[in-house]
Ligand binder design. Structure first.
Ligand code: DXP
Length: 261
């Protein structure tokens, strides 16, 4: 079945996008990425060396850009200016590669997106030729504004970054999914494989996660579980679930012509 994810004109077989922070070391990072089957890996440019420091280990040596699509992100940025500057640096380091993840945070306690600054940065980056995948609140109006600006994907949070609380507002996500013409990718707050499956069953185009894999007791096994969760949720979405009954039973076999009846 041809069911590819298309982002900014490029096709991906995997609908799971994975963050590269919080692992024990680069070897574990690479093993988790392989087990997840992901093709897109996101990298916090302010925290990870992808060539800024020639004397430090370079993540791109274990996650080579000819094997993975590198999605530089602006984790740690609290203003539009900071985020734009960070992504321009990333573009230089990645030889002009335009795909990026915009994340402008509101405060260090909630790590909730600052939506006015996010909209401002998105506008600048799109005009500057970036393909912007954008972390945002699960507010359908803000998501529509980002799509109207020209973002390549909208990425509403499931719950707070690093919380592992799963999807707090499936109803809002559904509204965003129904209205969006660009991919909708749940980003942040996924805790376990069933959360990923639920996101996909709702009709999300993909799931982006970091902590749920990196901070699992066995990150490699959890990466594999997440792969299956995303795939199972996607198949269930495409299959179309049975109508949900409100606590009313229906026999599993025909009721007419019972033997001895
Ligand atoms: C890696 C990254 O981009 C994070 O900022 C992202 O939002 C993931 O959040 P979780 O760690 O909760 O999966």
């Amino acid at each position: 079945m041809n069911d590819a994810l298309v982002i900014a004109g490029k096709t991906y077989a995997s609908r799971l996008l994975v963050g590269t922070g919080k692992y024990k070391d680069f070897d574990e990072t690479r093993a988790a990425m392989d087990a997840s089957g992901c093709e897109i890996v996101t990298v916090a440019i302010r925290r990870t060396n992808i060539g800024q420091d020639a004397n430090e280990p370079n993540l791109l040596d274990v996650l080579p850009p000819d094997r993975f699509t590198i999605l530089p992100n602006t984790a740690g940025c609290y203003t539009a200016d900071d985020a734009v500057r960070t992504l321009r640096l990333a573009r230089e380091l990645l030889d002009g590669h335009p795909l990026c993840k915009l994340e402008v945070l509101g405060d260090p306690d909630t790590l909730f997106p600052n939506m006015p600054e996010t909209l401002k940065a998105a506008e600048t980056l799109v005009k500057d030729g970036f393909d912007v995948m954008v972390y945002c609140s699960d507010d359908p109006i803000q998501a529509r504004m980002l799509e109207d600006i020209g973002c390549a994907a909208v990425m509403p949070l499931a719950s707070l970054i690093g919380s592992g609380m799963g999807i707090l507002n499936p109803w809002n996500l559904k509204l965003i999914i129904e209205q969006s013409k660009v991919p909708v990718i749940v980003d942040a707050g996924v805790g376990t494989a069933s959360d990923a499956a639920i996101a996909m069953e709702l009709g999300c185009d993909g799931v982006l996660m970091n902590t749920a894999i990196a901070k699992a007791q066995n990150p490699i096994l959890m990466a594999s579980a997440m792969k299956k969760g995303v795939e199972a949720g996607r198949e269930a979405f495409l299959a179309g679930r049975m109508p949900r009954k409100t606590y009313a039973a229906t026999p599993s076999s025909p009721t007419g012509g019972l033997i001895g009846g």
